[in-house]
Design a protein around this ligand. Structure first.
Ligand code: CA
Length: 310
């Protein structure tokens, strides 16, 4: 081989190595030590007629190394019952992945659900992250709860909501056989029910009205983030619903959950320009053009967990 050819081969090798190094660093960005487990909120699903609840989020996390599991629990039920369902799935994931723990991320009612698992089995949980979760209740649930108990109005709301839950359960091909219990679900999401739940499972809950909670309890790290912009994208038809929900509040909120109610453990940010559905990149990725892409927020968080050794 002449010198010119040697130089060419050497240059090629250097370029290839540089390329490999770049790929390796890029591919490790979301590579957490423990798998990431996503848990949906009220009326949630893993996939409905082929549309993912966590729109594009598992793929965005997996692209650079995270192992991601999407779980499904009852659409409508109490935090404890949903928590028991999730715990069984976490036990399966631990057995499948070969890792002793998981990083739990829960949206909306998924927040109290993952807190339950971390409270009863901290040995299986590396971290708990809630996104737009009503830890101190939702003013929307409080408003619905003001419908007199046992009245025709209550029966109507319960019947309608249960039917929606059953329909989603059917359309998503869910294997969950737990009954829909919309009153149980509302009970968990109004401020009185949330206060009772927090008294039993206080881990990571701020003791002040709008502060941060403990960053670590029983070896589990706690994090949260949320949005405060009910209307973010004129092309998204769900914005009208978020705008209507916002009317129930007299404080900053994402259309369903107030800013302070979303606080858990380390508050990463509580005022993203996002509504309750933008927080899971819905609908179809239609979110604010003037805010960080929700997918980037999840990727940054995976990197945060990785950096913390989780
Ligand atoms: Ca949206």
């Amino acid at each position: 081989m002449n010198n010119k050819n040697k130089l060419l081969v050497l240059s090629f090798c250097t370029l290839a190595l540089a390329g490999l190094a770049q790929t390796a660093s890029a591919s490790g960005y979301t590579q957490t030590r423990y798998p990431i487990v996503l848990t949906h909120g009220m009326l949630g699903f893993d996939s409905l007629l082929g549309v993912d609840y966590w729109y594009g989020i598992p793929a965005a996390l997996r692209r650079d190394g995270a192992q991601v599991y999407v779980t499904e629990v009852s659409q409508l039920n109490t935090s404890e019952l949903r928590g028991e369902e999730l715990l069984a799935q976490v036990e399966e994931i631990v057995a499948l992945s070969g890792q002793p723990k998981v990083n739990l991320i829960g949206h909306s009612h998924g927040g109290p659900t993952i807190r339950y698992v971390a409270a009863v089995r901290p040995d299986l949980v590396a971290s708990v992250t809630s996104v737009g979760a009503p830890h101190k209740g939702s003013d929307v649930a409080d408003l619905i709860r003001q419908i007199p108990e046992g009245s025709a109005g209550e029966a109507f709301v319960a019947g309608l909501t249960n039917a929606m839950g059953a329909l989603i359960n059917f359309l998503s091909g869910s294997s969950s056989t737990a009954p829909q219990d919309s009153l149980g679900s509302l009970e968990s999401l109004n401020s009185e029910g949330a206060a009772r739940f927090n008294a039993k499972y206080p881990q990571g809950i701020p003791t002040s009205e709008c502060g941060e909670g403990a960053y670590q309890v029983n070896g589990v790290r706690y994090y949260s983030w949320s949005g405060t912009s009910p209307l973010t994208n004129p092309l998204d038809i769900s914005d009208a619903m978020m705008g209507a929900g916002a009317l129930a509040f007299d404080e900053a909120n994402d259309g369903l959950v107030g800013r302070c109610s979303s606080h858990l453990g380390m508050v990463i940010r509580d005022n993203y320009r996002m509504n309750h559905l933008d927080e899971v990149n819905q609908v179809f990725g239609l979110t604010s053009l003037f805010e960080t892409d929700p997918l980037s927020v999840y990727r940054q968080h995976a990197n945060r967990l990785k950096t913390a050794g989780l």
